[in-house]
Design a binder for this molecule. Structure first.
Ligand code: NDP
Length: 484
């Protein structure tokens, strides 16, 4: 059985405990590899390696850093098939999705920040006839980077690339449920010539390895993507230590369809935003609101399209829906479908285990894509993040009402709005309390824009200049001008 290893000080190493955890293929329910069960001793070694590497890496010329990051991007591109296969087996998502979206995006993350650092600038202010102020942007030291299981390499590299591009060193922990791509990525970093200690990857549980990264006195900066409950715990530990924190947390995103929308596009877009990656994308639009005049037509056509999605072996090229990431996640999703019925909802399709699965997938963690109607907007199913292939569809009567519905949750990550009325598009976008609004599209990402959430969806922003601001410390230098 394949043994995953930590990547510390430029070497692949076993954990100090000598223990491993089973890594399960969610499509089969079988353990297929072993993950280091690392603890604070491994984290301490990783932080020491990162601290030792910092003075050299932070003063390495920007061009050299950029070239190494480009080499890593090239290495990801050259290994797309291998990485996509690993991600598919680790997470249960369709191979086609991993190959077309996630692995290429991991390469883009590196390429983007490799280019950004050679063009970054800092500010200068002339202060009357008295002084000039200029701002230096200094790397902050050792960054602790913690990422979730839903988009394993995509979100892992979204943190690693900017952290090291701007001259920090890093200790990163991928989710223990989906560790394989981060392990293969460690090997690519070695091949690409990343100096030892610049990136260290410690595998293991959040409770042990993750918590040790957050509480370690030498990690100055913590970038976390994951659930809101975990984010709260991380803030509780890191804030009193005055660490800089960015938290990208959960969502319960509205997907709003006005009666004047292009329904063909709205249905195709809603299908993606509901069920991409089995609904396990923080940006999925799990609450669909449809304006009354087109509600019946939308629902009929959307349910028909949902039933046509092929749930099956993630390795099959024509599979649209793979397995959920774990039996815990599967059981959580099924429990919300039961709750929807208790809350008075109607299951229009899905809600059960898929009927036909290949023999090798019979013990896998599958749930058919599920559409629910008839729930109040205050129902728990409409308020809590489910993070699975489950959406609710609710009619609305007016712009004001749907804005209230959209804002009536604790989360504020993203929203989609489908309309041909440009004025309304801008108005609604302005009034919805979220970090990103898509008009007539979903998940179109420009890596330059600030990315993050409002309310309980997070604190801080990532991407583009925001990443530069997060991973560097501004230092103001004020020079008095000796005018006579
Ligand atoms: P979790 O919060 O359970 O875990 C995220 C990461 O944190 C994992 O690596 C986990 O390790 C680790 N962790 C857990 N406990 C601690 C701790 N006390 N200290 C430090 N690290 C810890 O999230 P999931 O992995 O379940 O991911 C799903 C969640 O992520 C959803 O809520 C989703 O909305 C959110 N998400 C948000 C995004 C955004 O950009 N806003 C993007 C993608 C997902 P381990 O897995 O080993 O427990």
């Amino acid at each position: 059985m394949k043994q995953i290893q930590n990547y510390i000080g430029g070497e692949l190493r076993s954990p100090e405990s000598g223990h491993s955890l089973g890594n399960i293929d969610p499509a089969t329910g079988e353990t297929y590899s072993l993950v280091p069960d690392s603890d604070e001793r491994d984290v301490d070694k990783a932080v020491t390696a990162a601290t030792d590497a910092f003075s050299c890496w932070s003063t390495t010329p920007v061009d050299t850093r950029s070239q190494i990051l480009h080499k890593i991007a090239d290495a990801i591109d050259a290994n797309v098939d291998r990485l996509a296969h690993a991600e598919c087996v680790d997470s249960g998502k369709p191979l086609s999705l991993a190959r077309s979206l996630e692995i290429p995006r991991a390469a883009s993350n590196f390429r983007f920040f490799a280019s950004a650092i050679v063009q970054s600038k800092s500010e200068s202010h002339a202060t009357d006839n008295v002084a000039i102020n200029y701002t230096l942007r200094k790397p902050r030291g050792v960054a602790g980077l913690i990422s979730p299981w839903n988009l394993p390499l995509y979100l892992f590299t979204w943190k690693v690339a900017p952290a090291i591009a701007f001259g920090n060193t890093a200790v990163a922990k991928p989710s223990e449920i989906t560790p394989m791509t981060a392990y293969l990525f460690s090997q690519l970093c070695i091949e690409a010539g990343l100096p030892p200690g610049v990136l260290n990857v410690v595998h293991g549980t959040g409770a042990k390895a993750g918590a040790a990264i957050v509480s370690h006195p030498e990690t100055t900066t913590i970038s976390f993507t994951g659930g809101t409950v975990t984010g709260r715990e991380i803030a509780r530990v890191a804030a009193p230590m005055f660490k800089k924190i960015a938290l990208e947390l959960g969502g319960k995103n509205p997907n709003i369809i006005f009666a004047d929308a292009d329904l063909d596009e709205a249905i195709a877009g809603s299908l993606r935003s509901s069920f991409a990656n089995q609904g396990q994308v923080c940006l999925c639009g799990s609450r669909i609101f449809v304006e009354q005049p087109v509600y019946d037509e939308f629902l009929t056509r959307f349910v028909e399209a949902t039933k046509r999605l092929k749930v099956g072996d993630p390795l099959d090229e024509d599979t649209n829906q793979g397995a959920l990431v774990s039996h815990i996640q599967r059981d959580k999703v099924l429990s919300y479908i039961d709750l929807a019925q208790e809350e008075g909802g109607t299951i229009c399709c899905g809600g059960e285990l898929p009927e036909y699965l290949p023999v090798r997938c019979r013990k896998g963690f599958f749930v058919s894509p599920t559409v629910i109607t008839g729930l109040s907007v205050d129902a728990r199913v409409n308020q809590e993040e489910i993070f699975g292939p489950v959406v609710t569809v609710t009619p609305f009567d007016s712009e004001k009402q749907v804005i209230d519905y959209a804002n009536g949750v604790e989360y504020g990550l993203s929203a989609s709005v489908w309309t041909k009325d440009v004025g309304r598009a801008h108005r609604v976008a302005d009034r919805i309390e979220v970090g990103t609004v898509w008009i007539n599209c979903w998940l179109v990402r420009d890596l330059r824009v600030p990315f993050g959430g409002m309310k309980q969806s997070g604190v801080g922003r990532e991407g583009g200049e925001e990443a530069m601001r997060f991973f560097t410390e501004p230092k103001n230098v004020c020079i008095k001008i000796p005018y006579k």
